[in-house]
Design a protein around this ligand. Structure first.
Ligand code: NAD
Length: 464
C-alpha cells in the first residue's frame, strides 16, 4: 500500500525548498506553490507529462487518450524522432504538449502537473521517478521498476517521503480477468485446493536487432551525455547489462510478478541456468530457466519459469497454477486461459450460480467432454487394473470457462487505476512496495545464473 492519502497536506515551503535543492534545478516557485495549494480533489482534469515516447510510451499514450479528463502538458524524449511522434499524436487528439529533450527542464518549467508517466529504459527509471516525485508529482513508471535493487528501493523511499503515489507498470494487476482469478477463484472459492506448483513461460522467436533511420541517428556526443555507448545499444538497450536485466526482467518480470501476487508470498530460494547462447551482439542471457521455492501458509509451492528468445514454439506466454483440486492457466492472451477441475474436487455448482466460473466450454486445448461411462470413481480402494486406470486418466480433468473479459486496451485499466487513485484515493493495483518485491525476485535470477548455485532470500530482502 502506498502512503499517499488524498487528504495529505500540500508540501510546506520548507519541503519545497528541500525538494528544489535536491532536484538540483531552478524550479519555478510561484506556479508550483499555486498548484500545491489547490490540490486535494478540486480539479477533475489531471495534468500529465510523458517521459520516454518509444514503443511502450506510445502504447501508454494511446491507452491514456481513451481515458477522460486527462490533459497532456508535456512530452520528453532525448530522441527527436520519437519526441516528435509523441507531440504530433497528442496534437491530433487536442493536447498541446510541450516537447522537451531533458526531463529536468520539463520538471522545472511545466506548472500544474499532477502526474508523470515514465517509459524510458530501465536504468533511467530511478532517476526519472525520483526527480518527478521530488518535484511533487505522482508517478506511473514502467516495469521492471529498476535494473538494480538499490534503484528500486530508492523509488519506494522517495514516494513515501514525498507522500506521492507510485504505480509500477505490471498491468496484469489491473486486468479484470486476473483480478477475478486472484480474488474470486483462488482467494474466495479456493478452487484449486492446495496449490503445489506454479510454472510460467514466455517464448519468442529469434528477432533482428532494432535499427534506426540513418538520417535520425543521434550524434555520439549526445548519446554519451545521456549514458549510451552508441546507437546500437541505445536502440537495443534491453540486451545490455548497463541498461537493463535482459529477457528475465523484460518478459519474465510480468509473470514472476503474477507468481508473487497469486501465491501471496515471496520466494525463499532460486536456482537458475541460462546463457548468452545465441545472439552474438548481445550481453544478456537469451534463454533462462529458473526454479523458485515459495513458502506459503499451505506449504511449499515449487515454481519453474522459463524465458526463451530463440524459439516461439511451446505455447507462447502464460502462468500456470496447479493444485490438488484444480488448475488455472492465465495469460494476457485470453485464448491461452484455461481452468480445470480435478474429478476429486467438490462440485462447482455454487460457483457457477455466483458467476465465478461457467460450464465447461470447448475452447482450444480443452480435454474432450467426459463420457458418462468414463466418470471417475473418487476412491478405488486398492490397486487398479490397467483398464480402469486408463479410464481414470481420461476423466481426471474437466475444462471450465472464466466469465470475465477485458474489453479495453491491456494497459488502460492500470492507467485508470492510477488516475483513479490520484482523484479518489482508491488503492493502487501495483504500488512501489509490491513492485519492489517483484524486482528483488526477478533480479536474483541473473545472479543465480552467474553464481551457478541456489541463492536464498531473507524475508527482509523484500522490504524497501
Ligand atoms: N508493461 C509492458 O507490457 C511493457 C512493454 C514494453 C516495454 N515496457 C517497458 O517500457 C519501458 C520502455 O520500453 P520501450 O520498449 O518503449 O523502449 P524504447 O527503446 O522503444 O523506448 C524508450 C524511449 O525512451 C527514450 N529515452 C531514453 N533515454 C531517455 C532519457 N534519459 N530521457 C528521456 N527519454 C529517454 C528513447 O529515446 C526512447 O524513445 C521499459 O522500461 C520497458 O521495460 C513495458
Amino acid at each position: 500500500m502506498s502512503d499517499f492519502t488524498p487528504s495529505a497536506p500540500p508540501l510546506s515551503r520548507r519541503d519545497f525548498l528541500t525538494t528544489s535543492a535536491k532536484l538540483g534545478v531552478a524550479l519555478l516557485a510561484a506556479p508550483y506553490i499555486a498548484r500545491a495549494a489547490t490540490t486535494g480533489g478540486g480539479s477533475r482534469t489531471l495534468n500529465v507529462a510523458l517521459i520516454g515516447c518509444g514503443e511502450q510510451g506510445r502504447v501508454l499514450l494511446n491507452a491514456a487518450l481513451k481515458i477522460p479528463d486527462l490533459r497532456f502538458l508535456a512530452v520528453c524524449d532525448i530522441w527527436p524522432y520519437n519526441r516528435t511522434y509523441g507531440e504530433r499524436l497528442l496534437k491530433k487528439f487536442g493536447h498541446d504538449a510541450k516537447p522537451f529533450e531533458d526531463y529536468r527542464e520539463l520538471l522545472s518549467s511545466v506548472p500544474d502537473l499532477d502526474a508523470v508517466i515514465i517509459a524510458t529504459p530501465d536504468f533511467m527509471h530511478a532517476e526519472h521517478t525520483n526527480a518527478a516525485l521530488r518535484a511533487g508529482h505522482h508517478v506511473y513508471c514502467e516495469k521492471l521498476m529498476s535494473n538494480t535493487v538499490e534503484g528500486a528501493r530508492s523509488m519506494v523511499v522517495t514516494a513515501r517521503e514525498m507522500k506521492k503515489l507510485l504505480q509500477v507498470g505490471h498491468q496484469r494487476r489491473s486486468n479484470p480477468r486476473y483480478q477475478h482469478a486472484k480474488n474470486r477463484l483462488l482467494t474466495e472459492a479456493h478452487l484449486l485446493g492446495r496449490i503445489n506448483n506454479a510454472s510460467g513461460q514466455w517464448n519468442r522467436a529469434v528477432t533482428d536487432d532494432l535499427g534506426f533511420p540513418a538520417s535520425h541517428a543521434l550524434p555520439e556526443a549526445k548519446l554519451h551525455a545521456f549514458g549510451y555507448a552508441n546507437m546500437h545499444e541505445f536502440r537495443n538497450w534491453r540486451w545490455f547489462k548497463r541498461y537493463a536485466g535482459g529477457p528475465i526482467s523484460d518478459l519474465g518480470a510480468h509473470q514472476i510478478d503474477v507468481f508473487n501476487w497469486f501465491l501471496g508470498a515471496n520466494p525463499s530460494s532460486v536456482i537458475a541456468g541460462g546463457g548468452a547462447d545465441y545472439y552474438k551482439t548481445h550481453e544478456w542471457y537469451d534463454n533462462v530457466t529458473a526454479i523458485y521455492e515459495f513458502p506459503t501458509p499451505s506449504g511449499i509451492v515449487r515454481s519453474t519459469y522459463g524465458v526463451l528468445t530463440t524459439t516461439s514454439a511451446g505455447g507462447g506466454y502464460h502462468e500456470y497454477f496447479m493444485g490438488d483440486e484444480g488448475a488455472l492457466k492465465m495469460s494476457e492472451n485470453p485464448k491461452y486461459t484455461k481452468l480445470y477441475r480435478e474429478a476429486r474436487a467438490p462440485e462447482w455448482d455454487q460457483w457457477v450460480d455466483k458467476n465465478f466460473v461457467s460450464r465447461p466450454g470447448s475452447g482450444e486445448g480443452a480435454p474432450a467432454p467426459v463420457k458418462p461411462w468414463e466418470k471417475a470413481r473418487p476412491k478405488l480402494g486398492g490397486p487398479s487394473k490397467s483398464s480402469v486406470v486408463d479410464v481414470r486418466e481420461t476423466a481426471e480433468l474437466s475444462a471450465w470457462d472464466i466469465p470475465v473479459t477485458l474489453d479495453k486496451a491491456i494497459h488502460q485499466p492500470h492507467l485508470e487505476n492510477f488516475f483513479g487513485a490520484i482523484r479518489d484515493g482508491t488503492p493502487l493495483a501495483c504500488p512501489g512496495e509490491s513492485a519492489f518485491a517483484t524486482a528483488v525476485t526477478v533480479l536474483k535470477v541473473n545472479e543465480a545464473v552467474a553464481a551457478q548455485k541456489m541463492l536464498t532470500f531473507a524475508p527482509a530482502d523484500f522490504i524497501a
